[in-house]
Write a protein that binds this ligand. Structure first.
Ligand SMILES: Nc1ncnc2c1ncn2[C@@H]1O[C@H](COP(=O)(O)OP(=O)(O)OP(=O)(O)O)[C@@H](O)[C@H]1O
Ligand SMILES: [Mg+2]
Length: 296
């Protein structure tokens, strides 16, 4: 049984079709990265899965429970980490975990709190107020709080958006540990590196739909190819090189001060200039080609 099965799900807000015929299946035991630009419908999808939003149409099944009818049962076996930190800053680290354990009707609360403190590596800070923690500690606590009831499925909506690189790495380590422990994870992100590093499979989402799906290596092979050639040059020459490459049937994308010719190994002589820098094709190439979005 798949952990998540969405078929032809639609969710509109007035005129906006936030989720627009979404098919998504997440097998148990994998980490799936939902990768998409701003407004693609990632957070709306997450909200549908927790029944914070109700679909207009389509079928949704989570951990075998039909939504929205059986969302309570699904929620009981699911952990959720919101994009925005909503820790209770008036109580201690330990009490944040205790309150959630009670909410989820955990039987042995002391043991659950202890385990979560281990996961967050915050045993020695358990009696401290949340607002005395560093940014990284707070994030680790936010993740660990979602795990007090040992969920079978873990949803993370942009777990590291806006965090500085060191904190990001700490959160990645935590997710990595969960993944190797066999928890099914659905993680939305618009950071390519996050998807590349953590996801077994990536679903590229745009305009409310999944437009491509596979392991990073499969996506790269299918949509990009083997080599990408970057050409750093003034705009006028970039435009010339681009035109020649497109003429030869290759895909080209902007890459900051350069253009990237994707699938350069398929180019005939002369199409890729001698001063181009060759590098292996990347998930970023795939993302930009498929969504038309250049990355920050
Ligand atoms: N409560 C709401 N009311 C009206 N429109 C909404 C609401 N929630 C989302 N939308 C719209 O639905 C679309 C998808 O939004 P969503 O938040 O799901 O995107 P996202 O992929 O999570 O984007 P981001 O990367 O910016 O977080 C957007 O156009 C957004 O403005
Ligand atoms: Mg979002």
């Amino acid at each position: 049984m798949a952990a998540i099965e969405l078929k032809q799900v639609v969710k509109t807000f007035g005129e906006i079709r936030a989720v627009d015929g979404l098919d998504l299946e997440v097998p148990a035991g994998i980490c799936l990265g939902l990768l998409g630009p701003n407004g693609a419908g990632k957070s709306t999808t997450m909200k549908l899965l927790t029944a914070q939003a109700i679909a207009d149409s389509g079928s949704l099944r989570v951990l075998g429970y039909e939504l929205p009818e059986r969302s309570k049962e699904a929620r009981a076996e699911m952990g959720v980490v919101p994009q925005l930190d909503n820790l209770d800053i008036d109580v201690t680290v330990e009490d944040n975990l205790r309150i959630f354990s009670r909410l989820y009707r955990v039987k042995d609360i002391d043991a659950a709190v202890d385990r979560a403190l281990d996961i967050a590596r915050l045993q020695d800070r358990r009696k401290d107020a949340v607002d005395e923690l560093s940014g990284g500690m707070r994030r680790r606590l936010l993740v660990a709080r979602g795990l007090v009831h040992s969920p079978r499925l873990f949803l993370l909506d942009e777990p590291t958006v806006g965090l500085d690189p060191q904190i990001r790495t700490e959160v990645w380590d935590l997710i990595e540990e969960l993944r190797s422990g066999g928890t099914t994870i659905l993680m939305s992100t618009h950071y390519i590196e996050e998807a590349e590093r953590l996801a077994d499979e990536v679903a590229v989402m745009a305009k409310g739909k999944v437009i491509a799906r596979g392991t990073p290596a499969e996506l790269i092979a299918e949509y990009a190819g083997r080599d990408t050639a970057e050409v750093y040059a003034p705009p006028a020459r970039r435009a010339e090189v681009r035109a020649a490459a497109e003429e030869a049937g290759l895909e080209v994308r902007a890459a900051g001060p350069a253009i990237a010719i994707v699938g350069a190994e398929r180019a005939s002589n002369g199409v890729v200039p001698d001063d181009a820098v060759l590098r292996p094709a990347s998930l970023e190439d795939v993302f930009v080609l498929l969504t038309g979005e250049e990355l920050e």
